[in-house]
Design a protein. Structure first.
Length: 94
């Protein structure tokens, strides 16, 4: 069983402030988590490939195919403030 001091140490590391009743609850919950980890460590996992997903992920986006850009003049003619062949924007801090 994880003791009060260990719970307080973990809480300090996580920058958590726990009430007295929460400390007791965390002691029990953290002990349960460690018990589960011990059970997992007993498994023979030789030959088991690490994975982050149980099903294969597939990219569902369309292929990235290059296309010609719009003419600069067409884009700048609808810009709210164009100048010197580009968009004018306020300077930082203005």
């Amino acid at each position: 069983m994880i003791g009060r001091e260990q719970v307080l140490h973990v809480a300090r590391l996580a920058r958590l402030r726990l009430a007295d009743h929460e400390i007791e609850k965390m002691s029990s919950e953290l002990s349960g988590i460690l018990d589960h980890i011990e059970k997992i460590e007993e498994l023979d996992l030789d030959g088991v490939e690490p994975t982050s997903h149980v099903v294969a992920l597939e990219n569902v986006l369309r292929p990235d195919e290059p296309h010609p850009s719009w003419p600069r003049e067409r884009v700048l003619e609808v810009a709210p403030d164009a100048g010197d062949g580009g968009f004018r924007v306020p300077s930082p801090g203005a």
